[in-house]
Design a protein around this ligand. Structure first.
Ligand code: B12
Ligand code: SF4
Length: 444
């Protein structure tokens, strides 16, 4: 038997290859490959970097589906099913909206796959796939071994993705993570993570955890264990990390060069509305930023616009804050109602969704706003975010943020890292904007 794993693209513009943007190794599919019994042949196709050859022999096609890639995933699934191949879909989107996803596949896996993948394979071998597979309990993450050899001969960004834990205990109302994992968290044994990183022989590691500090006792143990590896790592976390001096010291010692933190908004009313009042607001941000800077950790700050207390002035105020505080990187995103989140249900109830299901709508483009904001038009919201990105990544801002001798420009190595990532991000700004979702590749 042969299983083909597929990473779909978001979509593409007519007669153009897929945008050359943020192509990282898809860890979920390497993880799935690692769970596949060794006597099963495996194949892997990345729709973002190669043409899918539907004639290549296969028995089961397993596709990773996120909301932005759903349309493309469904198209790929349709082609394979027309050829009589069995298709199973899994990942965030099918989990959050299973009744839609099953319309486009033979089977879907709801939630994490570790406890059920061998069952899916066995049922597929007998051509007796059930429609839905769901484990009643969260898996124990011992013995997880992603098979990264599937990435061979494909060109990805030079950073390796490693998972240390999954989930987050918070409940921000826009966040798919919180809906997917139901505010729970599981982690891998630390020695297994260390072994995996050693085996990679790579300098740059992205720990893909949704929140690297859910359990600070464990995080400290992990960071202690990472120190001898002498790697450079980045991850995602919440602002409360800054209040634990020991944690900050260990992060730095273990090679943390950057942390993505969701500041989201400067407005306390907005933070309340999104269920993130624990973030605190401006005063706490300033205290935390001083701590991060003192420990030489660069901050990738993310902001979201479009909650009810935002108006067209919110962009400049936030941009000003981001530049003054010399963030290493920053994202200025408009609010996206992902299906299956409390935000989506609320906007639907209030009659504020502009599409029934924007992710499948032929008129929807990447960067479009899919709901009606309270104090501006959808176009003003989309434009405001784009302008903020442009201003944050223009040369005068890059230079101003570069002059942070405690974090961004602490040593020549950091300085090069800062400049290259900022110049890279400057180019990235418009790449995916306006991209139609889905569509068969016309040109590669
Ligand atoms: C790393 C990462 C990225 C990387 C790229 C990853 C890549 N390979 O290209 C970067 C930074 C570039 C990125 C970009 C974006 N990302 Co991202 N990303 C992640 C992150 C943090 C980790 C992914 C990962 O490797 N996880 C580890 C693996 C092992 O776990 P997993 O994916 O959950 O898979 C498990 C199950 O879902 C299941 N499973 C997964 N796939 C399949 C397939 C089959 C067939 C089966 C049976 C099971 C199965 O099995 C796995 C093991 O149990 C996730 C959050 C998360 N926790 O996953 C967000 C996440 C996937 N990203 C998200 C988003 C929104 C984006 C962006 C749109 C952000 C933006 N505004 O630009 C972009 C564009 C994405 C795109 N497809 O082009 C959302 C998706 C939400 C949704 N409803 O779809 C997530 C969930 C983050 C969030 N906070 O909500 N991302
Ligand atoms: S803290 Fe981050 S990962 Fe956790 S629920 Fe909020 S947005 Fe999602």
């Amino acid at each position: 038997m042969k299983v083909t794993f597929i990473m779909p693209s978001v979509g593409r513009k007519d007669n153009e290859p897929y945008v050359d943007s943020w192509k990282m190794e898809p860890l979920a599919l390497a993880t799935l490959a690692g769970l596949t019994p060794p006597d099963i042949e495996i194949d892997f196709l990345d729709d973002r970097i190669e043409t899918i050859d539907y004639n290549r022999a296969t028995d089961l096609v397993a596709i990773n589906v996120e909301t932005y890639t759903a349309q493309r995933a469904y198209e790929i699934s349709k082609r394979y099913r027309q050829l009589g191949k069995q298709v199973v879909l899994g990942g965030f989107h099918p989990t959050l909206i299973p009744n839609e996803a099953i319309e486009f596949a033979d089977a879907i896996v709801i939630g994490e796959v570790e406890n059920i993948w061998t069952q899916v394979i066995e049922d597929s071998q007998e051509r007796k796939l059930k429609k839905y597979y769901k484990s009643d309990v969260r898996p124990v993450l011992n013995g997880v071994k992603p098979r990264r050899e599937i990435f061979k001969h494909k060109q990805y960004l030079p950073i390796s993705l490693v998972e240390s834990g999954r989930g987050c205990k918070f409940a921000c109302n826009f966040c798919s993570i919180s809906s997917f994992f139901n505010q729970s968290y599981i982690a891998r044994p630390i020695q297994e993570i260390v072994k995996e990183i050693e085996s990679l022989n790579k300098k740059f590691i992205f720990l893909v955890d949704d929140n690297i500090n859910v359990d600070s006792k464990r995080s400290k143990e992990l960071f202690r264990a990472l120190i001898p590896l002498r790697i450079s790592w980045a991850s995602q976390g919440s602002i409360n990390i800054a209040e634990d001096e020991e944690l900050l010291c260990l992060m730095k010692k273990s090679g943390c060069f950057g942390l993505l933190i969701g500041f989201e908004s400067l407005s306390k009313n907005n933070l309340n509305q999104m269920g993130k009042n624990w973030n605190g607001g401006l005063e706490r941000y300033m205290q935390a930023l001083k701590k991060f800077r003192d420990h030489g950790i660069g901050i990738y700050a993310t902001f979201v616009f479009g909650y009810d207390y935002d108006d067209i002035n919110s962009f400049d105020t936030t941009l000003d804050f981001a530049i003054k505080n010399k963030f290493f990187l920053a994202a200025f995103n408009h609010l996206v109602p992902f299906p299956g989140t409390p935000l989506y249900n609320q906007l639907k109830k209030e009659g504020r969704l502009l599409f029934d299901n924007w992710w499948l709508d032929p008129k929807y483009r990447f960067g479009d706003v899919a709901f009606m904001p309270k104090q501006m038009s959808p176009e003003e919201l989309s434009r405001g975010c784009m302008e903020a990105r442009r201003k944050f990544y223009r040369f005068s801002s890059i230079l101003r943020r570069f002059s942070d001798f405690k974090a961004n420009c602490r040593n020549p190595y950091n300085a090069v890292q800062f400049l290259s990532l900022n110049l890279f991000s400057q180019k990235e700004i418009i790449k995916r904007q306006g991209l139609p979702l889905g569509r068969e590749a016309a040109v590669q």
